[in-house]
Ligand binder design. Structure first.
Ligand code: MN
Length: 504
């Protein structure tokens, strides 16, 4: 995946000097064993490194400051092996800018009932030491994830793993650049938003570039014809290409133009160091087609994308791709396009004009060319395929004016029926808990028609991500009811207004 970093997680153990040097050596040795077990776990996507046993306010503050300034540290795991009076942690946690997870575990899995004595009791105090820590985290209103259970438990690793995926995406967003070619589609509300707030709160920058600069990057002078030949050959090898588009076919020139867009766009993104982009069919001056297959393939390479200038969705798709890195199932830009409202079961047909990512293709994509119907440009080349059946989710990031809200709906994708006339990639899904509740909940929440759609990212990862970002989450899934959801939305209006104050 493009520009994917593998930062590390610092493992930090808290204690105090009350117990003398012997027990502290034992505590440090145990903590190193726990960190090493996490480092070796195949379920965890980032490496855990034991950093320190912390016993004084100065030590704690110094490690937190070091974490802030180390670009390779994406987050911290805290564990109190013994009691660690938590006023010692106030100064350090006040300055900590990196996400942290509070692992509530203990070194021994089983209690040695027959031999347990007061030395054992003094050494293994996480049961109350972690509560002292948790009180302070709550007292300081710190967002964090609490994971409970023995450190060898695979379920504990899965909870930590989901958090690490969120942490990796958060780390990826900090300083990330997203390019907008043109503004958003005229008059559209949900693709608008406060880019200053986004950069302050979410860490990424969104800036515009003239589409003419992209066109210049695609000119004969900038693109080697051999690169176009090679890319067209790659298309013929990788996909099923419509006969008219193949080498020697009547419309092969359109395929070559699509390759030209891909090469120009790709070099532009690399030069800027961008992790995603948007475009709009309303601003394509100098481009002969709306980028279709080029955008689809760049998404598959790991770039975020949002159609019609939707920079929030471009950033979200990128974050979701980072979260899901290495897992089966892909992530795509998506749009709830049209419904099947049969009494036998209501379904959503998801698609876009062109830009669905082939990372979610169930079958070998077909390269086709058809008219777009809007925008007045030449027919664009696109990849056409079905997305597979299975558990999936949609997520939408909206700007409510005083805050960002992340809306998530768990869905069950089904195999699309035959759609012989539909010239775009598509997914069909059933919403949870049910179509009517999910759609009403989504609309009450202000969720957009654009989403990040994923088979690999889970609601847990996205909730962890939102906690790190300090933004509101609305989760629509089995068990969601409209009265409770509406009450939550009302409560959140008050909570976030008070919690954020006037800063955002
Ligand atoms: Mn759209």
């Amino acid at each position: 995946m493009k520009l994917l970093a593998s930062p590390e997680i610092w493992f930090v153990c808290g204690s105090q000097h009350l117990y003398g040097p012997g027990p502290l050596q034992q505590v440090a040795a145990n903590a190193q064993k726990v960190a090493a077990a996490l480092a070796a776990s195949q379920r965890l996507p980032l490496k855990t490194t034991f950093k320190a046993l912390l016993t004084t306010p100065d030590e704690i503050t110094n490690v937190m400051l070091a974490a802030n300034s180390d670009a390779n540290c994406a987050g911290l795991i805290l564990w109190m092996h013994t009691f660690s009076p938590s006023k010692m942690w106030i100064r350090g946690l006040s300055v900590l800018k990196k996400p942290f997870l509070h692992l509530h575990t203990q070194f021994n899995r089983d209690l040695p009932w027959g031999t347990i004595d007061m030395d054992f009791m003094n050494l293994n105090q996480a049961a109350h030491g972690d509560r002292e820590a948790g009180f302070l985290h709550t007292r300081m209103r710190l967002g964090r994830k609490v994971v409970v259970g023995h450190w060898s438990d695979p379920e504990v690793h899965d909870r930590i793993g989901a958090w690490m995926r969120a942490v990796r995406a958060w780390h990826d967003w900090q300083g990330a650049k997203f390019i907008r070619f043109g503004d958003n589609m005229r008059q559209v509300a949900v693709t608008e938003g406060d880019k200053v707030s986004a950069e302050m709160q979410l860490g990424f920058a969104v800036n515009t570039h003239g589409v003419g600069d992209l066109v210049a990057r695609m000119a004969d002078a900038a693109i080697d014809p051999k690169a176009i030949n090679d890319l067209c050959a790659t298309y013929e090898k990788t996909y099923r290409v419509a006969p008219a588009l193949r080498k020697g076919g009547a419309r092969h020139e359109a395929l070559r133009y699509s390759a030209r867009i891909e090469l120009g766009l790709s070099s532009f993104l690399e030069e800027v160091g961008a992790k995603g982009f948007t475009d709009t069919f309303e601003d394509l001056h100098g481009l002969r087609q709306l980028p279709g297959m080029a955008t689809q393939r760049l998404m598959a390479a790991g770039y975020g994308f949002g159609g019609e200038g939707d920079w929030k969705t471009a950033a979200l798709v990128r974050a979701m791709k980072v979260m899901g890195a290495g897992l089966p199932g892909g992530t795509s830009f998506m749009e709830d396009y049209t419904y099947h409202l049969s009494p036998k079961g209501h379904q959503v047909l998801g698609a876009h004009m062109l830009e669905i990512c082939p990372s979610i293709a169930a079958d070998k994509p077909m390269v086709e060319i058809h008219p777009l119907g809007i925008g007045g440009k030449e027919d664009p080349v696109r990849l056409v395929f079905n997305a597979p059946a299975g558990p999936a989710l949609n997520a939408s990031l909206v700007d409510l004016g005083n805050r960002f809200r992340l809306i998530i709906n768990e869905v069950t994708a089904v195999k699309p029926p035959k759609l012989p006339k539909l010239p775009v990639a598509r997914a069909v899904w059933e919403c949870r808990p049910d179509f009517k509740t999910a759609c009403a909940a989504w609309i009450y929440s202000g969720g957009a028609h654009h989403t990040g759609y994923s088979y690999s990212v889970t609601a847990e990862m996205l909730e962890d991500f939102a906690t790190i970002a300090g933004i509101e989450t609305v989760l629509i899934k089995d068990g969601t009811t409209l009265p409770a959801l509406k009450q939550d939305l009302r409560n959140n209006e008050v909570y976030y207004h008070l919690a954020h104050g006037i800063r955002v």
